[in-house]
Design a protein around this ligand. Structure first.
Ligand code: KG4
Ligand code: ZN
Length: 329
């Protein structure tokens, strides 16, 4: 089976070809138009997707040495994400499907992030716990089998990626903030500033990052000069506060669920210190995370999951809709 994946839930225009669970091509174009605004401008993002989709899909087909007529199906992200950008991808995919007379499947972006771990290791076995950390979500999931997911915990307010992005803005860094803070923090002292770690000592699986962001804002306003900390120290300490909470709750979730494997998924999973800290704290658990390029938004994960569903005979009706607030369970 040969499946085209299309991803346009936010500011990455992406297409990929998956055949028999192997990724033959994966093209991602990150829209740089938003950099000067310090965040994604939805209307601009939708227009960029419309301009780029055709070219990106053609590139994915060329790299995979495949033609449109060889495709057996199309998988496209239907949510969650920005309404306009999701519509751009879904309308494009529907048009192509109709012309080619092949099945289409609308994919949950969060589920695709989790399943990117099967691309890291096809031998990954259920059940496992997943720490899903993206720009819009910070959640812990028990993944028992395909389509059987239990939410163990979530954030009461901001997501971890959002905390990175908002923190970066406070520090005067660029967007997206995660990679910027990680890079700056490399030469900083993570113990320099004692930022708050919400619920860290509580026996629950809840997260909260809005207080941390406010603490950074206050720190920058009042304490910076007094304490003699460098911007690198502040970035490293802020990052460490986020990571400590994520890892603390993941360890608790693994122990409560009694599983042998855990995975990390979503853009924040690209953070090297997060990956290392999880491994250090869960040395007797199998820890898995996708390649860097498969952590942030991409269409390979969409094509892979789409092929799994299409293979089982599951597809979407032609009139399926986008869902900007789509949940996983
Ligand atoms: O999964 P993703 O690409 O898009 C969403 O589905 O939201 O995640 C984007 C988020 C952004 O908040 C970005 O700052 C964060 O992932 N991110 C990182 C790193 N790379 C991306 N956060 C921390 N460290 C990184 N290296
Ligand atoms: Zn994502």
């Amino acid at each position: 089976m040969i499946v085209l994946g299309v991803e346009s839930s936010c500011d990455e225009t992406a297409a990929a070809i998956c055949s028999n669970s192997k990724i033959l091509s994966s093209i991602v174009s990150s829209q740089i138009i938003h950099t000067k605004f310090g965040g994604v401008v939805p209307e601009l993002a939708s227009r960029e997707h419309e301009l780029l989709l055709n070219t990106i899909v053609d590139e994915a087909l060329t790299v995979a040495e495949t033609q449109k007529k060889d495709l057996d199906g199309i998988a496209v992200t239907r949510g969650p994400g920005l309404a306009g950008t999701l519509l751009a991808g879904v309308c494009f995919a529907k048009g192509l499907t109709q012309g080619l007379q092949i099945p289409i499947i609308g994919i949950n972006h969060l589920e695709a992030h989790i399943f990117a771990n099967f691309l890291a290791d096809p031998a990954l076995e259920f059940p496992f716990v997943c720490l899903l950390v993206s720009g819009g979500h910070t959640q812990l999931w028990l993944i028992e089998e395909m389509s059987n997911y239990t939410l163990l915990g979530t954030s009461r307010d901001d997501a971890a990626g959002e905390a990175f992005d908002k923190g970066a803005r406070i520090l005067g860094l660029g967007y997206p903030g995660g990679p910027e803070i990680e890079k700056l923090g490399e030469s900083g002292n993570p113990d320099a500033v004692d930022f708050p770690r919400a619920f860290i000592k509580d026996d629950n699986l809840e997260f909260s990052f809005s207080g941390l962001k406010t603490a950074l804002l206050y720190y920058m306003d009042s304490n910076k000069k007094k304490n003699n900390c460098t911007i690198e120290d502040i970035a490293a300490s802020y990052q460490q506060a986020i990571i400590d909470v994520l890892v603390g709750k993941l360890v608790l979730a693994v122990h409560k669920s009694n599983v042998e494997t855990c995975v990390i998924a979503g853009g924040v999973a690209a953070n090297k210190i997060l990956r290392k800290t999880v491994e250090n704290h869960l040395s007797s658990t199998r820890v898995l995370y996708p390649d860097l390029s498969l952590c942030t938004d991409n269409a390979a994960m969409v094509a892979y999951l789409g092929e799994l569903y299409l293979h089982k005979g599951v597809s979407s009706a032609m009139d399926f809709d986008i869902d900007p607030n789509l949940q996983l369970a």
